[in-house]
Design a protein around this ligand. Structure first.
Ligand code: DGL
Length: 267
């Protein structure tokens, strides 16, 4: 294993690029190879078995085709469904995402926290365990958000119908008077502004991207895998059939100069 090999990152689509940006800021020397399994998005309505299969396909690709030295599962849904099995299958370090429940319990003053995530994440055993660990005197209100990922994948972030859907999902949390909202899906980071505008300045919005980047940093240090040489690169590949995908990705990754490619075969 060479330290100059890239960190491999995957998600069901463009959501994990929000995580990639945090990793790039914190670890500017590292090369990053991102793969979006857009053809199979959303994962949030798929079974655990299908998500595990898709995750294996993405990781095999990142290891064999991109020579990844470490894998980031930049997807709460895939982490909840498959991280345990994946860690048993592969030798290299695998880091996953989970909704930032613990930071939310510290941030809330009125002890009411809303959690936005996919159906699959909220239904998972891993998430139930996470919630049980941190409940106690905090009231958690979970809100599945089917449809949001599809809009984001199509680059329709500012559509009126998108805004209406977000409002519909936030209404129950407004009624509960939550003062903290956890973004439990990496795609939702791209609609953070809209959520902030609807909820107002009093409500804290928490996502996990920076915490994950810090975890990547300490894992690289632990295994002495940091890239200390210059000449790094950023690549983003997708199996999407949408020929406007490069433009969509560019519109959400303002500070990243990346090499883009479409692929239709994982092998
Ligand atoms: N971005 C993903 C997550 O963090 C998956 C969304 C989906 O494909 O449904 O959960």
């Amino acid at each position: 294993m060479k330290n100059t090999q890239p960190i491999g990152i995957f998600d069901s689509g463009v959501g994990g690029i929000s995580v990639m940006s945090h990793i790039q800021s914190l670890l500017p020397n590292e090369s990053l190879a991102y793969v979006a399994d857009s053809l199979f998005a959303p994962y949030g309505l798929k079974s655990k078995d299908v998500i595990l299969e898709r995750s294996k396909t993405a990781i095999d690709y990142l290891i064999k085709k991109q020579s990844a030295k470490l894998i980031v599962v930049a997807c709460n849904t895939a982490t909840a469904a498959a991280i345990q099995e994946l860690r048993q299958m592969y030798q290299i370090p695998i880091i996953g995402m989970e909704p930032a429940i613990k930071p939310a319990t510290k941030a809330t003053i009125c002890k009411k926290v809303g959690i936005l995530a996919t159906n699959s994440t909220l239904d998972s055993a891993k998430f139930s365990l996470l919630l049980d660990t941190h409940s106690g005197e905090i009231n958690f209100y979970t809100q599945p958000c089917p449809g949001l990922v599809e809009f984001i994948e199509q680059g329709r972030i500012n559509d009126t119908s998108m805004k209406n859907l977000i409002q519909k999902y936030l209404d129950p949390l407004i009624k509960r008077k939550v003062d903290t909202i956890v973004l439990g899906c990496t795609h939702y980071v791209f609609i953070r502004n809209i959520i902030e505008n609807i909820m107002g300045p009093e409500v804290r919005i928490i996502d996990t991207g920076l915490a994950l980047a810090k975890q990547v940093k300490s894992e690289l240090e632990k295994f002495s895998l940091q890239n200390k040489s210059k000449g790094n690169y950023y690549s983003i590949s997708t199996n999407s059939i949408n020929r406007e995908m490069k433009e969509i990705i560019k519109s959400i990754t303002i500070n990243l100069d990346f090499k883009f490619s479409y692929f239709d075969s994982w092998s």
